[in-house]
Design a protein around this ligand. Structure first.
Ligand code: NAD
Ligand code: ZN
Length: 384
C-alpha cells in the first residue's frame, strides 16, 4: 500500500480578533483574509435587526433578494428585513421549499425569475438566511446571476454557522449526485445570531456539532480538550459555551480556507470522516440520516483506520468516539455488505482522479491525507 502523506499543518494558528462588546451584547468577529475578497464573520446574540443594518451597509445595494426557507422565514425574516430596509434597501423575500431536495436547477431557475421580477441588476445583492441549503442555493444564484453579484450569509444552523457559510463554496445538486454544479463565490460577510439556534431541533444541533468536533479533531487539540467537558452545555445552547465554540470553529474554517481557498490540498482535511459518510448517505438516498450523523460515523471509522494503519496512537479513536456519543451522535455504520460500501466509495475515487484522498488523524488535533484505493480503506474482512 502506498500511503502518501500530505497536508499536515505547521504554521501557528491565528487568534480571532476576540470579544467585542456591542450594545451590551456579547459579540465576536473572525476575519477571513483573502486579499480583495476578505470579509469578516461576526457572531452575536439576539441581534438580527442589527445584522440587517450591518449587512446592508456592507452590501450598499439598492435592491436585495432575501433567500430563505419556511421554518426560518417565519421566525427570523421580519427582523432581518427591518434592519436591511432601515438602510433604504428594497427587499424581496424569496422562500424556497425546505430540504436538500430544493438545492436543484429547478429552484435555481425560479430564483433567477424572482431576481428579474424584482429588478435586480449588477448593483443588487443577495442575502441568504437559513441552513446550508439556503446558503448553497442562494449563494450559487448570487455567484451566477449576471456573472456574479455580491451576497452575505446569515446562517441559522450549527452546521452552516461552523462550516457551510464560510469559504465561498456554493452550488446545487444534480439528479446524478450532490453538489455537482457550483462555483466559488466568497460572501461579503457572514453574520451569525446564535439566538436563532433556539428553534433548531436538538437532532440538527447535534448533527452540526459533529462538524465542530471534526474541526477540533483535525486541527486544534486545545479546542478538543476544551470541548470535551462542555459538549452537553453546547447542545443545551449555554451562551458561554456556544459563542466561543462557534467562534473557534469559524476561525479554524477561516484559517483552512485562507491557506487553501480552492481546495488544492489542505482544505481536503475538512473531509475527515466524509469518505464513509458519503457512502452511507448515498445508500440511504440521503433520507433518514443527517449529514452530520453520517460524518460522525465516518469519523469514528476514519479514526479507527488511522490507528490500524499506524498513523494515530492507540486510544485516539476511543477518545473521539466518546465525545461523539456524548453529543448523542451515531457511531456505527448501517449494516451493509463491504461491496456496497466499496462501490459507493468509487464515486469519490472518480471525482478525485483514481485514488481517494482519505483523511487520517495523526493524533487528536492533527490530520493528514493518504492517497488510498477503496479496498485499502475498507480492507478485506471489514464489515459494517
Ligand atoms: N458550502 C459548503 O462549504 C458546505 C459545507 C457543508 C455542507 N454544505 C451543505 O449544507 C447543506 C446542509 O446544511 P444544514 O445542515 O444547515 O441543512 P438545512 O439547510 O436543510 O437545515 C436543516 C433544517 O433546519 C431548518 N432550520 C434551519 N435553521 C433553523 C432554525 N434556526 N430554527 C429552526 N429550523 C431551522 C431548515 O429549514 C431545515 O429543515 C447540505 O446541502 C450540504 O451540502 C455546504
Ligand atoms: Zn460535512
Amino acid at each position: 500500500m502506498t500511503a502518501k502523506r500530505s497536508g499536515g499543518r505547521s504554521a501557528p494558528r491565528k487568534a480571532s480578533s476576540g470579544r467585542l462588546k456591542g450594545a451590551g451584547r456579547l459579540r465576536a468577529a473572525v476575519p477571513v483574509e483573502l486579499g480583495e475578497r476578505s470579509y469578516s464573520i461576526e457572531l452575536g446574540h439576539d441581534w438580527l435587526t442589527t445584522i440587517g443594518r450591518r449587512a446592508a451597509d456592507r452590501l450598499g445595494a439598492e435592491r436585495i433578494a432575501l433567500v430563505t426557507v419556511p421554518p426560518v422565514a417565519r421566525r427570523y425574516a421580519p427582523m432581518l428585513t427591518r434592519g436591511l430596509e432601515s438602510r433604504g434597501a428594497r427587499v424581496r423575500r424569496i422562500v424556497v421549499p425546505d430540504g436538500d431536495a430544493s438545492k436543484n436547477l429547478g429552484q435555481l431557475g425560479k430564483l433567477y425569475d424572482a431576481f428579474l421580477e424584482h429588478g435586480l441588476d449588477r448593483g443588487s445583492a443577495v442575502v441568504t438566511l437559513g441552513g446550508g441549503v439556503a446558503g448553497d442555493l442562494g449563494g450559487f444564484a448570487a455567484a451566477s446571476f449576471l456573472r456574479g453579484i455580491p451576497f452575505v450569509q446569515v446562517p441559522t444552523t450549527v452546521l452552516a454557522m461552523a462550516d457551510a457559510s464560510i469559504g465561498g463554496k456554493t452550488g446545487v445538486n444534480l439528479p446524478q449526485g450532490k453538489n455537482l454544479v457550483g462555483a466559488f463565490h466568497q460572501p461579503r460577510g457572514v453574520y451569525i445570531d446564535v439566538a436563532t439556534l433556539r428553534s433548531l431541533p436538538l437532532r440538527e444541533r447535534a448533527a452540526g456539532a459533529a462538524e465542530l468536533i471534526k474541526a477540533a479533531a483535525i486541527w486544534d487539540a486545545d479546542f478538543f480538550d476544551w470541548l470535551e467537558p462542555r459538549i452537553e452545555a453546547f447542545l443545551a445552547l449555554d451562551l458561554a459555551v456556544v459563542l466561543p465554540a462557534l467562534e473557534r470553529a469559524c476561525a479554524i474554517k477561516a484559517e483552512v480556507v485562507e491557506r487553501d481557498e480552492r481546495e488544492g490540498g489542505l482544505r481536503r482535511l475538512l473531509n475527515f470522516g466524509h469518505t464513509l459518510a458519503h457512502a452511507i448517505e448515498k445508500h440511504a438516498r440521503y433520507r433518514g440520516i443527517l449529514h452530520g450523523e453520517a460524518v460522525s460515523i465516518g469519523m469514528v471509522f476514519a479514526a479507527e483506520r488511522s490507528e490500524a494503519l499506524g498513523f494515530a496512537p492507540a486510544g485516539t479513536a476511543a477518545r473521539l468516539t466518546a465525545l461523539l456519543e456524548r453529543a448523542r451522535l451515531p457511531i456505527r455504520p448501517p449494516q451493509r455488505p463491504r461491496s456496497a460500501y466499496l462501490s459507493a466509495m468509487s464515486v469519490d475515487k472518480k471525482k478525485q482522479g483514481g485514488k481517494i484522498h482519505f483523511v487520517v488523524l495523526d493524533r487528536i488535533g492533527a490530520a493528514s491525507t493518504a492517497a488510498l484505493r477503496p479496498q485499502d480503506i475498507l480492507p478485506p474482512g471489514w464489515s459494517a
